[in-house]
Design a protein around this ligand. Structure first.
Ligand SMILES: C[S@@+](CC[C@H](N)C(=O)[O-])C[C@H]1O[C@@H](n2cnc3c(N)ncnc32)[C@H](O)[C@@H]1O
Length: 191
């Protein structure tokens, strides 16, 4: 009985460590793991008017809540970049098993090393510090006309074109988001 209790405790401990690793290990890179809720994904893709001619970059692709919906429902080309290897393995498995795999690219790596020049739409659900670090990179690399949609956290100092309080989604249009004099939609992130 004691042996069973010890074994059970060890298993629960290992499961806890594994779950904590899965959710929090990527924290230092820019965000822990939390899938974007389906309603927020829909709001993001609709705000950005994603369609077959778009190339969507999902920054921190997680297990693919945005990646696969953008490719399968909206027929976009999608590049999902993810730093955590278990999630990359899940993303690659889902890509292999599902339709439209030719429209989906999964990259294992740090999103801050990805070149955003080919993106017409950028999606993000990252933590505030990562949004701050992201801003100069976005300003250097986004093509005119690109849209950025972010769940939960704004780009500090940018002016949102739209904000949906129900799903907590911000839409930015580049380069209008940085131009002064535009009327802010919803809360802005300060400078
Ligand atoms: C809050 S989750 C969002 C997941 C996904 N976008 C979704 O909609 O379900 C953030 C993801 O970003 C990843 N991440 C955090 N920092 C990163 C970095 N610097 N480069 C690549 N991925 C990163 C995390 O591993 C995590 O999977």
């Amino acid at each position: 009985m004691v042996a069973f209790a010890v074994a059970l405790a060890l298993v629960l401990f290992a499961v806890g460590i594994g779950a904590a690793y899965f959710v929090f290990a990527s924290f230092l890179f820019g965000a822990g793991y939390e899938p974007t809720p389906r309603r927020a994904v829909e709001r993001m893709l609709r705000y950005a008017e994603v369609g077959p001619s778009d190339t969507v970059f999902d920054l921190g692709a997680g297990t693919g809540a945005i990646v696969f919906r953008a490719a399968r429902i909206y027929r976009a080309r999608v590049v999902g970049v993810e730093v955590e290897p278990l999630r990359v393995a899940i993303l690659r498995l889902r890509r292999r098993l599902g339709p439209f795999s030719d429209r989906i690219t999964i990259r294992w790596g740090n999103l801050f090393r990805l070149d955003f020049r080919d993106a017409s739409v950028v999606t993000a659900f990252l933590w505030p510090g990562a949004m701050t670090r992201l801003r100069p990179k976005l300003e250097a690399e986004l093509a005119p006309g690109a849209r950025l949609v972010s769940h939960c956290h704004p780009v500090p100092g940018w002016v949102a074109d739209e904000y949906d309080p129900e799903t907590d989604v911000y839409l930015y249009r580049w380069p209008a988001a940085r131009e002064s004099g535009a009327a802010p939609a919803g809360p802005t992130g300060g400078t």
